[in-house]
Design a protein around this ligand. Structure first.
Ligand code: 2HG
Ligand code: ZN
Length: 449
């Protein structure tokens, strides 16, 4: 590894290669504060040629290279597990909107908000949305196949992806930036790289489908006493409303933490065991139908409705969860998905397990109920104690779920991958890794042990 920083400086100039410990410290810790790392330097390339050259140097000096976008991933996938180079995509900017084709070509370092600001000028938007929109980058969203709050309607990031430019670990620059809606010419690199968590290559640009910006939005915040009741409201809403955009779940412990932030006031007298947030959006406003639906539903304990720009006030309660949890401590984040029918049993399993074996642990359950994705957050867990995580993941596997719904495996879940992936499955993924990253320098410690 000796000499790698000097080699990078010779190629890129010393201003692009950051070694100042104070400046690089922010690249070495994840958003939750749980994952930490170290680096020889942070490199900020401005184009794909520079990325290619950086990988060449990393290979030559056998130096690990971890790619980092907005650093909002929650499984440690962008925090270096091994001391090497951190390649930040933050200068890979550039947004081209084609309003006629409704597509966008964007640099990997463009944030979701930046893309939406530009797409909005043409009356369009990117269909995937998430609370970290001001920091999350499009390259990172592709690398993790981010899901977000609109998945029930539009699918996740993979479903929006039409093209990619990336430098693979073997040094090859792959360019598929035509943005065609149909293109069956061999292995689909966009799909292969989407969700690969930086282990196969460095994504430099992407092409996405865009979707028309809805003219209206109606949102309901609903208090519910049981998780079974929440599921019944959801099933009925799915059959009733064609403009359904999101069905999100919260529970009392999370709402209480958001309340501690001291912002808005909870709109109901008491905080019920669970709350749902339902959003409809599209060309016409459906607030009366929504009100009538909620009035007539037995499971609704309380409900508040808001339209258009006022809807953000209700979203506040859902979107502040991650920040509120971070305020309370360093959380364990178990992002899992389950067959929707199994959710009540799973919620019961988690609560009973914690009460029985780890009463000191605070459980915060929330997530994207509409697609079966529950974010199990655990507070007050000893740093070195992974037992509870494993038991919950084992429960997820026994209910036929997945140990990662939308955040990826990162460093957090490498030991649990075998719960839901067979040996031959993992071995085949490793063969792909060896073929595309033969020097094994990309994101070591991520995805595989
Ligand atoms: C969300 O849905 C994100 O808000 C973050 O996926 C989830 O903080 C979490 O556990
Ligand atoms: Zn989520």
């Amino acid at each position: 590894m000796a000499g790698v920083v000097e080699a990078l400086e010779r190629s890129f100039g010393s201003r692009s290669v950051i070694t100042d410990p104070e400046i690089i410290s922010r690249y070495l810790i994840d958003w939750t504060g749980r994952f930490k790392g170290d680096a020889l330097c942070v490199l900020r390339p401005v184009n794909s040629w520079q990325v290619q050259r950086a990988l060449e140097i990393a290979r030559e000096f056998h130096t690990p290279l971890t790619t980092q976008g907005g650093n909002t991933g929650l499984v440690g996938g962008a925090t270096p597990a091994v001391r090497g180079i951190v390649l930040s995509t933050e200068l890979l900017k550039g947004i081209e909107i084609d309003a006629e084709l409704q597509i966008a070509k964007v640099g990997a370092g463009v944030t979701l908000s930046e893309l939406n600001l530009k797409a909005g000028e043409a009356g369009l938007r990117f269909a995937v949305d998430l609370a970290s929109r001001d920091s999350a980058t499009m390259g990172g969203m592709v690398a993790t196949n981010a899901g977000g709050i609109h998945l029930i309607r539009y699918g996740g990031t993979r479903q929006q992806l039409l093209g990619i430019e990336a430098v693979l670990g073997n040094g090859c620059l792959i360019t598929r930036m035509e943005g065609l809606l149909k293109d069956n010419t061999g292995y689909d690199w966009p799909s292969v790289l989407c969700g690969s968590e930086g282990t196969l290559g460095v994504i430099t640009s992407v092409v996405f489908k865009l979707t028309p910006m809805p003219a209206h939005r109606s949102v309901a915040l609903i208090s519910v006493d049981t998780i079974g009741g929440a599921l019944r409201i959801m099933t009925d809403a799915k059959t009733r409303f064609s403009q359904l955009n999101a069905i999100e779940l919260m529970s009392r412990s999370g709402i209480e933490l958001v309340q501690l932030l001291g912002g808005d006031r909870w709109p109901f007298q008491a905080i019920g065991a669970f709350a749902l947030l339902v959003e409809l959006s599209g060309a016409f406003i459906e607030v009366e139908e929504l009100a009538e639906f909620l009035d007539s539903h037995d499971e609704v304990a309380d409900a508040a409705l808001a339209n258009d720009s006022r809807a953000d006030g209700l979203w506040y309660w859902r979107e502040r969860h991650t920040v509120a949890i971070n305020h309370a401590g360093i959380p364990r984040k178990l992002d899992v998905s389950l067959p929707i029918r199994a959710i009540p049993a799973f919620v019961g399993y988690v609560n009973e397990l914690v009460e029985r074996e780890h009463p000191e642990v605070k459980v915060v359950l929330f997530g994207h109920l509409g697609d079966g994705n529950i974010h199990v957050n655990l507070l007050n867990v000893d740093e070195s104690d992974d037992e509870l995580d494993h038991e919950i993941y084992a429960g997820v596997a026994s209910y036929g779920g997945s140990i990662s719904a939308e955040h990826g495996i990162g460093r957090a879940k490498v030991h649990d991958l075998t719960l839901t992936r067979s040996d031959s499955d993992i071995e085949s993924m490793k063969s792909l890794k060896r073929a595309l990253d033969p020097s094994m320098i990309l994101n070591p410690g991520v995805l595989f042990e």
